[in-house]
Design a protein around this ligand. Sequence first.
Ligand code: PFF
Length: 448
Amino acid sequence: MVNRGEFGSRLGFILAAAGSAVGLGNIWGFPTQAASNGGAAFLLVYLVLAFALAYPILMAELILGRHAHGNSVVALTRIAERPVTKAIGALTGLAGILVASSILSFYSIVSGWMLGFTASYPLAAMGFDAHAAWLTDFSLSRNVILMTLFSAMTIGIVMGGVQGGIERWSRRLMPTLIVTLIVLAAYVLSLEGASEGLRVYLVPDFSKILSADLILRALGSAFFSLSLGVGTMLIYGSYISDEEHLPSIGVQVALIDVGIAVLAGFLILPAMYVALARGVEIFDATGALLSEDTLIFTVLPELFATLGTAGLVLATAFFFLMSVAALTSSISMLEVPVAFLTERFQWTRSRAAIIAGVFIGFLSTAIAMNFDSLFGFVIAASTRYGQPMLGLMLCIYTGWIWRRDSVLAELRKNDPDVASGVFWKIWPWYLRVVCPVVIGFILWRSLL
Ligand code: PFF
């Protein structure tokens, strides 16, 4: 049996799990989606879905992981009693490893861009314009080299282990991220035009709130944002000590994740309208707000360019923030295959991290070389279909396959009265009925 490692403290775990959750999805995905989908209306639906649907599944992962103190394949096999359900459980665990690796393969490319943009501003200021342009212009060489750099950082941290790598770096990076985000938002809010962005963000357009498309997107956003389905949270849960009270730890992780997404909205939306006030185009030909890649890599850089030296500092800080957020997420994705390889094949952590990391790097390279056909495809397959399907399986396994007395025993470890509490009264029912029905419905809709 390999030495599995354990988080050294509750705060360490919360920062690591929140670090996994808080990523490009929060700072980039959520605000841009909110901007294009009714502002506060989207925010409201997102909040409801995050707590009513995503949180119960987050808890399922944490509880499953801690119960097994093992990787997702072990966890899902152990709770099943029949050979068929054991086999399907193992396959689900393996599928999670595959999906986590696919997400990491495109995530590292995008994160590499963030590193490139971070370095490009100081370089341009020092007169290295050609280098700065190489870092920001789309090219195969840039995509592959920066992806490799980002992957090397991810591998390096994961090699350090649960406490020495993941926990230590999450403790450093998460506070940096939060402070940077607050300072950036405060500055942008003080600029002319910001109040219009605030209005769009905070005054709900209720005509959009009941649109099926909006709900679908908000759910996808909440799932991606909380890193659900693929076993990341399960594996982090497996490193929590039996003394910890899981339901409250889970709430804190969800609150930080949602809180940072909401906070990022106070940066991104006002920034768009500050850009507008400074003559930058923020609407496309159809009158819709520019979003996603155009927003981050065109609108914001144009805004920064109008702000002189402040713009230089702001731009560097912003892309640094994105890089940090990406790194605490990528380490959690790499941990999924690494935990499996160390536990299943008794590999050392370093060996597993390097081999899995390099393998995923090859996947990223294949995507970079066939960008037009593969990039969007891998994103859709892994996040729009893969994550919800795996989430559905986790609900079924925790809600239907895992014996209730055994689930209760797991929760009783640190809370003898759990059976009389609100959590136990609501949560199992949610997992058995509400979550599978809603996820099933959403999947069915998105397949149409
Ligand atoms: N939660 C991350 C984000 O919001 O950017 C993305 C993510 C991390 C998805 C880890 C899946 C995962 F396993």
